[in-house]
Ligand binder design. Structure first.
Ligand code: PLP
Length: 423
């Protein structure tokens, strides 16, 4: 999902070949009415809706195969273990790695980043070392590093945001030095939509001798990921942003990095031998997976990856960019409305964040809700972004594979109503 240099041609209305009408039928929730109106779900950056195929995989697992994994010598435990480890292999294939031991199950992106900050950070970061972040980061890719810095005396440094909602990358070279241990950046901004040029950044980071953690929470949903060609050393993402269930996600890192890292949490599953005062650790990936895992979640996540591959994962970003282009054009006609993020839709994933002169973001979201349109209002867990652009909150519409141009029109028409109430 590299922007700019490899950006697709300007997105046209029919730029993707997703059969949106057909695939909408896979999502039962999309045929609901909300407040007497057909639901228009534009809160996908918060969480995506789930297709029937994912719901059936989860309920089928509980109905037929449910047992605890790894420990049981009985048929159901074997089936549950096969389903769980098969799901790990599915994630490995999605990320382009042949080694499922490099895929660690987590509760989501937040836990994956905390795992790295705690385990790798605890072992490798000391006083005076530096971690480079950006002002675009979600709190999940900021607060774990603040906690690490407070524990170790490390220093956090920040890539700034340019006026157009992109990273001011000309400042990166100055931030990198022999003190830099890690650069941790988001692939796609959840509050601006900006797609960051991770590949280019990776080369710079590696030339400086540092590692790169990529927050893929918003990235993996929109296009296939190949961690090797992306240049990531750590890649974190969540199932629920990409048609999978909540409470499941993964951390990927190269085997040698993971092998050198101490465990994150202690408990069952992650040990080899336990004695009174000491223990030894299980092999990868189990060393990082203490306790009974989210087995049904893993099964659902694998079903989500199958689903996205089946509909054409590589088409999703183009579809979203066509919707964003249409939304930006319509919103630019609403008086007193200010949008944030790159003006060029090909530099964004499916996010449009905006404020209106007279109406608070929460009022906008409330009025849209009364019309059955779900958008988010607030700081979107990116208070540094809000501060940079001098607003307390924005309203955010975020699109996914099942959204249509007609829904964008309903959303834009409803904003006209907000304008007439407050304007
Ligand atoms: N990073 C980004 C860019 C996000 O958008 C989110 C969720 O909104 C997260 C991290 C955290 O993801 P999760 O809550 O699934 O752990």
């Amino acid at each position: 999902m590299e922007p700019v240099s490899s950006a697709p041609d300007a997105p046209a209305r029919d730029a993707s070949s997703l059969d949106v009408e057909r695939l909408r039928a896979d999502f039962p929730i999309l045929s609901e009415e909300v407040n007497g109106e057909p639901l228009v779900y534009l809160d996908n950056a918060a969480t995506s809706q789930k297709p029937r195929q994912v719901l059936e995989a989860i309920s089928g697992y509980y109905a037929s195969d449910n047992a605890n994994v790894h420990r049981g010598i009985h048929e159901l435990s074997r089936r549950a273990t096969d389903a769980f480890e098969g799901a790990r292999q599915r994630v490995a294939r999605f990320l382009g790695t042949e080694d499922p031991g490099e895929v660690i199950w987590t509760r989501g992106t937040t836990e994956a980043i905390n795992l790295v900050a705690s385990s790798w950070g605890g072992a490798n970061v000391g006083e005076g070392d530096e971690i480079v972040l950006s002002d675009m980061e979600h709190h999940s890719n900021l607060v774990p590093w603040q906690l690490l810095a407070a524990r170790t005396g490390a220093r956090l440094r920040f890539v700034e945001l340019a006026d157009d909602g992109t990273l001011a990358l000309e400042g990166l070279a100055e931030l990198l030095s022999e003190r830099t241990k890690l650069v941790a950046l988001t692939q796609v901004s959840n509050s601006l939509g900006t797609i960051n040029p991770i590949r280019e950044i990776a080369d710079q980071v590696h030339d400086a001798g540092a590692l790169l953690l990529v927050d893929g929470a918003q990235g993996a949903a929109h296009a296939p990921v190949d961690v090797a060609s992306l240049g990531a050393d750590f890649y974190a993402f969540s199932g629920h942003k990409m048609c999978g269930p909540t409470g499941i996600g993964a951390l990927w890192a190269r085997r040698e990095l993971l092998e050198a890292m101490p465990p994150y949490q202690g408990g069952g599953e992650m040990i080899s031998l336990v004695e009174r005062h000491a223990s030894t650790w299980a092999d990868l990936p189990h060393k990082f997976e203490a306790g009974t895992p989210n087995i049904a979640g893993a099964v659902g996540m694998a079903a989500a990856l199958d689903y996205l591959e089946g509909v054409g994962h590589h088409q999703i970003l183009r579809h979203e960019q066509a919707l964003v282009a249409h939304a930006m054009e319509r919103l630019s006609q609403v008086e007193g409305l200010r949008m944030f993020g790159p003006a060029d839709p090909t530099r964004r994933a499916g996010v449009v964040s905006f404020v209106m002169e007279e109406a608070h973001a929460h009022d906008i979201a409330t009025i849209l809700d009364s019309k059955g349109i779900a958008v988010r209002a607030g700081h979107h867990c990116t208070q540094l972004v809000m501060k940079r652009y001098g607003v307390p909150a924005t309203a955010r519409a975020s699109f996914y594979l099942y959204n249509t141009h007609e829904e964008v029109d309903r959303f834009a028409d409803a904003l006209g109503r907000v304008q007439s109430i407050f304007g």
